[in-house]
Write a protein that binds this ligand. Structure first.
Ligand code: SF4
Length: 412
């Protein structure tokens, strides 16, 4: 049942949004759902059943809904459905129309505007798909799409052509054919389960699928890409963790973009996964007016480490149709990387990548630290901007004499 904000108990307010990034872990609280029993609230199936999916619900919960959001919510069902778990909804600041949580999950009218360079399949996945639901783009690994459903829908989703089925893609994974392909390709040593969100499968179905993949002798390594720990931490039950730990080596990549998403509930869910021996990484998408800020990103990566999650990738937003309003510049991304490297723990620094449009794969992009080099020396700068020379080794022959100076530095 939905409650008025004013009825929230004082210890569980709806998301309060401190000025600036919040370093502390806070509960999302019950907020609008304060009279729901703890049993229901902590039941992931209850959360899914009570998602916000309709404009009338949004209007009731968010009196500050803007005309752009209202129009976007009406049109979303023809592009990428709207769905927000009650838990995640409580992280939205109802008073702030620019709330970084709100921008990620509430549709906006701008989604209907497509720039000339935007695409419905920006990573060229469909052209690298030998069987439905399987993408084989890199030599030794495949992407295995498990479902087209997610706990909530990200407005910038690179797979929005198929996720939620609002656009009529009619995605039907065929597990037998997907597994058969892997069995007949011994070069595939790494399988990444994604979707949609694989952790939406029941424990039984997920265990069965992981078991079949683990039984393929040349599959060395399994991965799951999921945003469930962030959208629906209630799903990370002890039973799920006990199931997953049977399939090691199994890595999990989560998807969190903003420090406010890292609540006590999320921290505890991630702790359960880590306690099950699962190495955890995070993939963030650089998003305009969400996390395109050096201070926000620094707090985000530091909080991730405290959750035992290694920041893995920072993605430049793919050229998905209707995402221009959420796309930050590469220049801004490079500035953020510059502000992290050397200024915080190395483990906290993700790799910034652009997924090359049309299917070229991930290309790492980085601020330039090599100023010039020749056969004798490398000229480098550090995070403070100080310049150093490093003698270049002559491969196969130890270097004992001072190498020649760089006379005409060649910019690389
Ligand atoms: S959780 Fe992942 S697959 Fe689902 S909508 Fe978000 S980005 Fe897309």
């Amino acid at each position: 049942m939905l409650n008025d904000v004013s009825s929230c108990p004082p210890d569980e307010p709806p998301a309060s949004c401190p000025a600036g990034p919040d370093r502390e872990f806070r509960s999302a609280g019950r907020g609008y759902w304060s009279d729901v029993s703890a049993t229901d609230w902590n039941d992931w199936r209850w959360q899914l059943k009570h998602r916000i999916t309709r404009l009338e619900q949004l209007e009731r919960l968010l009196p500050t809904l803007t005309p752009e959001e209202r129009a976007g919510s009406v049109l979303a069902n023809h592009k990428l459905a709207m769905a927000i778990t009650p838990y995640f909804f409580n992280l939205i600041d109802p008073a702030d129309e620019h709330c970084p949580i709100r921008r990620q999950v509430i549709p906006r009218l701008e989604e209907t505007q497509t720039a000339a360079w935007e695409m419905t399949d920006p990573c060229g996945e469909d052209s690298h798909s030998p069987v439905p639901g399987l993408i084989h783009r890199y030599p030794d690994r495949v992407l295995f799409l498990v479902t087209d459903r997610c706990a909530a829908y990200c407005r910038y989703c690179t797979r929005s052509r198929l996720v939620s089925n609002a656009a009529g893609y009619d995605f039907h994974p065929e597990f037998d054919r997907q597994i058969g392909y892997i069995e007949s390709h011994p070069e595939v040593r790494d399988v990444l389960l994604s979707g949609g969100d694989p952790l939406l499968l029941s424990d039984d179905k997920l265990g069965h699928l992981l078991g079949r993949l683990r039984a393929i002798p040349h599959v060395e390594f399994l991965r799951i890409g999921t945003r469930i720990p962030v959208f629906l931490p209630q799903r990370i039950t002890p039973a799920l963790c006990a199931l997953l730990r049977q399939f090691h080596p199994l890595f999990v990549s989560i998807h969190s973009n903003h420090p406010r998403e890292l609540t006590t509930e999320v921290r505890d869910a991630l702790g359960r996964l880590a306690d099950a021996g699962i190495p955890l990484g995070n993939q963030s998408v650089l998003l305009r007016q969400v996390n395109d800020d050096a201070e926000i990103m620094k707090v985000q990566v530091q909080k991730l480490l405290r959750c035992r999650v290694r920041p893995y990738y920072l993605y430049q937003c793919d050229l998905i149709a209707g995402s221009a309003h959420l796309r930050a510049s590469v220049r801004r991304g490079l500035e953020i990387m510059e502000s992290l490297r050397g200024h915080t723990t190395g483990y906290a620094v993700p790799t910034y990548v652009i997924d090359a449009p049309g299917g070229g794969g991930k290309v790492p992009v980085s601020p330039e630290y090599i100023l010039s080099r020749n056969n004798n020396r490398v000229l480098i700068r550090n995070y403070e901007g100080r310049v150093f020379e490093y003698p270049e080794a002559d491969d196969g022959r130890p270097l004992f004499q001072a190498p020649l100076a760089i006379e005409e530095p060649q910019l690389v």
